[in-house]
Design a protein around this ligand. Structure first.
Ligand SMILES: [Zn+2]
Length: 275
């Protein structure tokens, strides 16, 4: 059986992309920090379920919470990279992207003692116009990427890209997040706002369908996705809905998914399982 991949993008409640109401990079240090409390709750749940997974760590978080990143590594989880400053890849010049990735790897290595071999872009922002980033990642020594979102999306999205784990021509292994084909369009269902929005019964239905075809589930979560008490930004009606829907029930969904399926860190995905 192909194993499933469980991941957490390690960032705080205020790491909201591309919105004027979200705190800017120079203001991050002044915000209330909730990432350690929420992550410890997730670490406890992962330990209960005896699951090891992959944390895509924001370099800024590694710098400001090195003890949290060390705890994650010591619990046997994989520590991978979410970049340093949470900028959209397609808004960066290639050399600025390379600098951001290196700064993140340095901060993560300083905190956890291991240099990441996996990367996930903020907002899955590797699109057709930023595919050059995949070559920089390979050049920087990364072994895999999980930034391709094979469906329509506000930030990023590469509709038509492979929907299952695959090897890219440049040697990187690519792990797209799980999607379901709705005939008219493909939609994500196993991460972030999608995971919070869809009812548990529907998520389990789609996930079991994938497992019946021996397809790997690729799940992503943020610590804030389980935090009903987080401060609310005024992001406008649509973004408020996407950002804050389903916070209360999300932890229970994670519990069900951890119990029903077998999960491994991305680094442990077997070579023979690629499509
Ligand atoms: Zn992020």
């Amino acid at each position: 059986m192909t194993p499933n991949l469980f991941s957490i993008d390690l960032e705080d409640w205020f790491h909201i992309l591309d919105h004027d109401a979200a705190p800017k990079f120079p203001e991050w240090g002044e915000q209330e920090s909730r990432v350690a409390g929420n992550t410890d709750r997730l670490l406890g749940e992962l330990a209960r379920a005896d699951v090891r997974c992959t944390f895509f760590v924001l370099g800024w978080i590694a710098e400001h919470h090195p003890e949290l990143v060390r705890r994650i590594a010591e619990a046997g989880h994989e520590v991978a990279s979410h970049g340093y400053a949470h900028g959209l890849v397609y808004e960066q010049a290639p050399e600025a992207f390379r600098d951001d990735v290196r700064r993140a790897s340095d901060a993560i290595e300083a905190a956890a003692g291991v240099r990441p071999v996996g990367y996930r872009a903020p907002g899955f922002s590797i699109r057709r116009d930023s595919e050059w980033a995949l070559d920089i990642l390979a050049d920087e020594g990364f072994e895999y990427d999980s930034s391709i979102f094979p469906a329509e999306r506000a930030h990023g999205g590469l509709p038509g890209a492979a929907a299952l784990p695959t090897r890219l021509p440049n040697g990187l292994r690519e792990f797209p997040v799980s999607t379901v084909d709705m005939r008219l369009r493909r939609i994500a269902y196993l991460g972030g706002g999608y995971l919070r929005l869809f009812p548990t019964s529907l998520i389990l239905h789609w996930a079991r369908g994938q497992r019946a075809r021996d397809e790997a589930l690729v799940l992503y979560l943020h610590p804030r996705d389980i935090d009903f008490e987080q401060p609310r930004l005024d992001l406008g009606a649509l973004r408020n809905f996407k950002s804050y829907v389903g916070l209360r029930g999300c932890f229970e969904k994670v519990h069900r998914l951890l119990d029903e399926f077998d999960w491994v860190p991305f680094r442990d995905y077997p070579e023979e399982a690629f499509a």
